[in-house]
Design a protein around this ligand. Sequence first.
Ligand code: FES
Length: 293
Amino acid sequence: MQKTILDRVERVADDVVSLVLRGDEGPLAPWEPGAHVDLALPNWLTRQYSLCGDPGDLSAYRIAVRLDPLSRGGSEYVHWYLQPGRTLEVSLPRNHFPLAPAAEYLFLAGGIGITPIVPMLRAAVASGAAASLVYVGRSASTMPFAADLVATYGERVRLFDHGRPDLSALPREQEVYCCGPASMIAAAEAIFPRLHVERFEPTRRVFGPDTPFEVVCARSGTRLRVPADESLLDVLNHAGRPVPSGCREGVCGSCELSVLDGEPEHRDDIGAPAGRLYPCVSRARSPRLVLDV
Ligand code: FES
């Protein structure tokens, strides 16, 4: 974790505040557009936020936090209690939404989903590519950074402040990066062949019945049984093999582990790289998994 000082809290839209977290011990770890960090809150909750500042300025990270009406304590704490001057721990950046080189980009953002898109659009424009943004919100006052984006990028930015336009009318043969509500991502998935998405919430899918399996912790040789009604993450944590975690829903990537043997049943929404698994949601197809823990 990296130690930061909360430098500024600024309201950037209805129910959205931007936080500037200044490195307390020198420059912060580098990051690429699309990356996110875990923010450890003083109320013991950890939440994930996309970095929306300038990757060229490692003196500080910038994030934006929407007050979730169904908050489980994370966004409420940020909005109601965090004050400048507070020391906060932030993880190293992780990126499951990297910007691949391309000649033409379309960015689709819905509401707070604009956060990873801001540095991606900046990088795409700086690369000389043709890049445009379709930014959708419920109303103009709920759309963070909208005015700045229009001021900076002009006609490249199209704002829709009364709901989503017909995405099927947009050109399809370009790299499309989408972050927003599940309904927007689902609509984009049905249209764009070269689509990259960042989800804030898990997709609803039905998996087969949970069955018990064995996990071997390779570093110690310890064998543990994962019962049908418990997650692999909980079993490891309860056995004294702590694994960092954030969302516990298979979207943030903070619990990633290496698989040395056995066949995982991936249930995450990240797309686990080969040889990796997210134990907060994923289980095993084989009777046994050997993990690098
Ligand atoms: S805790 Fe977020 S993916 Fe596992």
